[in-house]
Design a protein around this ligand. Structure first.
Ligand code: DX5
Ligand code: ZN
Length: 220
């Protein structure tokens, strides 16, 4: 198994000192997870392109951004994010009837593209899209808030996806978002996850490097 990547989610960071917060995880992060919420698709509001683009423009963030769009209109707002070839934009399958076109549109920005789903959406819906996707983000919680308990039903979704990806000989990454901690990472990696998104388990801790190491150690 190749090394599991950790993506700290800034949802649990102190937004008043966001760049400093991101700098505390730069050395252990495979990507920085940016949760964009519009108060419609999920019952919470966070940040949008202005803040994400400021992070990029600062020149102080060396890690690629993974922009998780929990919004009704990724067609309108997706193109407003400044992204490079290592950054990724992820949208939710529930918000569009034309996922191929949206993937194409977002890829035209020169970034990677991924898809996510709410826990109740049929995972099979994204099988036909796998070829086009760099990542599938499996939610371990109902999207909207950090610090929720991991839904163990997600493990089955990861297994089904992993099988499909393997059978298609595809290199789509499976990441898991929500409820990740040293107690839960083992089960999702065992099921086939390549990447762990964690907010409260990293930014909720004083020592962020140790927080990531604790999750890595739980896997060894
Ligand atoms: C939830 C977000 C997550 C969130 C996870 O809707 O998409 O990225 O930050 O938070 P934790 O890791 O605290 O469950
Ligand atoms: Zn997220």
């Amino acid at each position: 198994m190749s090394e599991v990547v950790f993506a700290p989610s800034i949802l649990s960071a102190d937004f008043g000192r966001l760049i400093e917060e991101v700098e505390t995880v730069d050395e252990v992060a495979g990507s920085i997870h940016v949760d964009v919420m519009d108060g419609h698709f999920v019952p919470n509001i966070t940040i949008g392109p202005l803040v994400s683009n400021s992070l990029k423009k600062s020149g102080r963030v060396n890690t690629p951004l993974s922009i998780h769009l929990m919004i009704d209109d990724p067609w309108k707002y997706g193109p407003e994010f400044d992204v490079g070839s290592e950054d990724m934009i992820l949208f939710h399958s529930e918000v569009t009837e034309r996922p191929y076109e949206l993937i194409k549109r977002l890829k035209a920005q020169g970034c990677k593209v991924g898809i996510s789903q709410k826990p109740a959406s049929p995972v099979e819906d994204i099988f036909p899209l796998l070829e086009e996707l760099d990542e599938v983000l499996v939610m371990g919680v109902e999207p909207g808030f950090g610090g929720q308990e991991f839904m163990t039903e997600s493990i089955e979704r990861i297994k089904v996806l992993e099988k499909q990806i393997r059978e298609n000989d595809s290199d789509t990454v499976i990441s898991v978002d929500g409820g990740m901690s040293p107690e839960t990472v083992g089960s999702v990696v065992q099921a086939g996850a390549d990447k762990i998104v964690a907010g409260s388990a990293i930014f909720g801790k004083e020592d962020r490097i140790k927080a990531v190491r604790d999750m890595q150690n739980a896997l060894s």
